[in-house]
Design a protein around this ligand. Sequence first.
Ligand SMILES: N[C@@H](CCC(=O)N[C@@H](CS)C(=O)NCC(=O)O)C(=O)O
Length: 234
Amino acid sequence: MSQFKLCSFKTCPWVQRAAIVLRAKNVPYEITYIDRNKRPDWFLAVSPHSKVPVLLVDDKEALFESNAIAEFLDETAAPRLHPEDALARARNRAWTDYVSTFASAISNTAYSDSEEEFAMRAAKISDPFSKLNDALAKRGNAGPYFNGPKFSLVDAAYAPFLQRYTFMDRIKPLGLIEKFPHLLAWRDALLAAAAVKASTVPNIEDVWQEGLITRNRWLKKFVSESVVGADAAA
Ligand SMILES: N[C@@H](CCC(=O)N[C@@H](CS)C(=O)NCC(=O)O)C(=O)O
């Protein structure tokens, strides 16, 4: 089996997506955390957009873009996480594509610079939440994951962002996800999944909160003093 090394910032949800896929397949990997403010030359040489994740394969090949990495892992390591049926697979890929819109709505809100900006951006989360809720309502299975009992690449794509929403909701309750029962149940199943739990540093929520402080975002005022120093080379 190939050797895999993931390059990451401590809280990157896109790296987490790749880590979830590796965990779901029980594939061993190393993870190297780099400082986002001082990216090493070896990393810049292999990351065309200077972004994480980069997946080093056998210290020879470097893959970038979390979706390409997830698809590569799914094609090369068992068990297959994509559905066998081509139509179902295409629908899964379509929803996986939508994750960047979903992610932006959440990240933009979390990183707002003022209360007004926060309120304006938070109001925009309802639309992607409603779209996903409808997709889950119409998927024709009872869950708990997107395709039913089997964890898939769609689950791996959305879990990091539903987790970030949850972190945000815990410090500044938004009362939004509760309006979307299918999404709420999916979120709960994803956050309880072993592959998701094992995909980050153990104190991810503290590190995420610390990131609000180091980036000087408006939400930092809701962060408890106890997390200061949690380390946010994120
Ligand atoms: N579309 C990319 C997004 C990756 C991304 O945005 N990563 C962030 C960290 S979470 C990054 O490296 N940003 C570059 C920067 O902060 O300059 C993917 O799916 O891999």
